[in-house]
Design a protein around this ligand. Structure first.
Ligand SMILES: Cc1ncc(COP(=O)(O)O)c(C=O)c1O
Length: 482
């Protein structure tokens, strides 16, 4: 990706790739979008892909692959044990991160299961900049607790801080002193913090956290699923690294941590996951669990074709032309939205544009899930599917009341190299219409609520008749346009 200047002076994102394979997408009329949303229980996870025009739910497993990745898939060595494919992937990972051992898994949360089973003991705590849904679930399933120690600005919607994912070092020291180092299973840094707007962590912060952990003897775990965006931001926002190549930045980061894991559905534009670890005894404990939960040690639940694609995709992650598209599109979308007065998380981060549903729908109480309602309304208005990242994505407290999220966000994800600039502009336009008609949006309530990770399958209903009124208004304003 690049940004070029037009004659008018406007700076415009310019794709540095061409499309050589396409998938047709459908834009249903608004009445059919309304029915589909009702059928899906007002949960965008439950829409069928054929009902979705632009799938901005996530980048997970849906990034575009390069021709070199596709070509590599054809040379996969398909064997249960000892496949050459595994050794090629292991070597790509070793070149990239310089860590000693690699354990393959079927996806990111599988790494979290293995790490939590190996390192979390009942009553222990895990300190982290911010949690991810599945990370928290695995830690609590193993009897641990999480403590979030992101800087205060991390959970403010608007800011000029370029690294809102940074850990607050005073909070880190304070938590260690209060809990005692023996009660801390590990400290976890998440690159490109998913739930708070894809905000990066600086190298300076990672170095300081690593120094504290090493002095206390507490293991440091790095969730590198969103490393690609984070690398881009270190290179473009951290002055000291502007002339350092992404490969050197990556190895320096890896040298600061004891365990590194990733979802290959995100990192490496493939599907799978992996854990890298230096310590032999931790490695041996984790290794026992791989055949039990994942598969033999040389595939870990991944298809060999995906492993080949991953080995190439990881190398491509070190190319600024490849990893810049998401951040540049996120920024372009945020600028369009800001120009319309729509509240978004700033500075624009990675992963996707994040709309502040608490301000957008300030008439909807948090217990009626404003971000879930806005995601449903956006689908009705545009056919674009975003993801709720707010109270719906939390679990209930033991007394049955909702845990109110610190931010109510609708995330419009930009899988790498999938969308075009006109699709970005279309979505911004429909969001602009929704902003002008925001008072038409109402709340949601559960009709079916799973106990664990309820946002995946939970079904809800609208409080009142608002979805019908919204669709009617759309028809009035847009006539026969889709
Ligand atoms: C930061 C982070 N960690 C872990 C995961 C879990 O990965 P997976 O979806 O492959 O299980 C994700 C997925 O979105 C993520 O964003």
């Amino acid at each position: 990706m690049s940004t070029v200047k037009f004659m008018s002076g406007e700076r415009v994102p310019l794709e540095m790739h061409k499309v050589r394979m396409v998938q047709r997408v459908n834009l249903l009329p608004v009445e059919e979008r309304l029915s589909a949303m009702k059928e899906a229980g007002f949960n965008t996870f439950l829409l069928k892909n054929r009902e979705v025009f632009l799938d901005m739910l996530t980048d997970s497993g849906v990034n575009a692959m390069s021709e070199n990745q596709m070509a590599a898939m054809l040379q996969a060595d398909d064997s249960y044990a000892g496949s050459e494919t595994f050794y090629r992937l292991e070597s790509a990972l070793s070149d990239m991160f310089g860590m000693k051992h690699f354990l393959p898994t079927h996806q990111g949360r599988a790494c979290e299961n293995i790490i939590a089973q190996t390192m979390v003991t009942p009553g222990s705590s895990v300190l982290m900049n911010y949690h991810f849904t599945t990370t928290q679930a695995h830690i609590t399933l193993n009897g641990g607790k999480i403590e979030e120690i992101v800087i205060d600005e991390g959970i403010k919607i608007t800011s000029t801080n370029p690294f809102k994912g940074n850990m607050d070092l005073d909070k880190l020291r304070g938590s260690i002193a209060r809990l005692g180092k023996d009660k801390i299973a590990f400290v976890r840094i998440e690159a490109g913090t998913n739930l708070i707007g894809g905000q990066p962590v600086s190298m300076e912060n990672m170095k300081a956290v690593s120094q504290i952990c090493r002095a206390e003897g507490i293991p440091l775990v790095y969730d590198a699923s969103l490393l690609a965006d984070n690398l881009y931001f270190i290179k473009t926002r951290e002055a000291e690294y502007k002339d350092t190549c992404p490969g050197d930045i990556t190895r320096e980061m890896a040298s600061l941590v004891d365990v590194l894991y990733f979802s290959a559905r995100k990192l490496g534009a493939s599907r799978g996951g992996g854990i890298l670890v230096n310590d032999d005894s931790i490695f041996l404990k984790m290794r026992e669990l791989i055949p039990l939960y994942e598969g033999f040690l040389t595939y870990g639940g991944m298809s060999v074709r995906e492993m080949e694609a991953l080995a190439v995709g990881l190398r491509e992650t070190l190319d600024m032309g490849v990893i810049s598209q998401t951040p540049i599109f996120v920024e372009a979308m945020c600028n369009e939205l800001i120009a319309k007065g729509i509240p978004v998380v700033t500075p624009p981060g990675g992963l996707g544009a994040h709309v502040d549903a608490m301000a957008f729908c300030d008439h909807i109480p948090q217990e009626q899930y404003p971000a879930g309602a806005l995601a449903a309304a956006l689908y009705i208005a545009s056919g674009a599917r975003g993801m709720e990242r707010g109270t719906l994505s939390e679990s209930r407290k033991p007394d049955g009341t909702d845990t109110l999220a610190s931010m109510e966000l609708v995330r419009l994800a930009f899988p790498k190299r999938v969308f075009t600039l006109s699709q970005v502009k279309y979505t911004a336009d429909r969001l602009g219409w929704l902003w002008e008609n925001r008072k038409l949006i109402g709340g949601l309530r559960f009709v079916e609520e799973p106990r664990v990770l309820r946002f995946f399958f939970g079904r809800l209903e609208a409080i009142g008749n608002w979805p019908n009124e919204l669709a009617e208004q759309f028809r009035k304003d847009f006539g026969d346009s889709l």
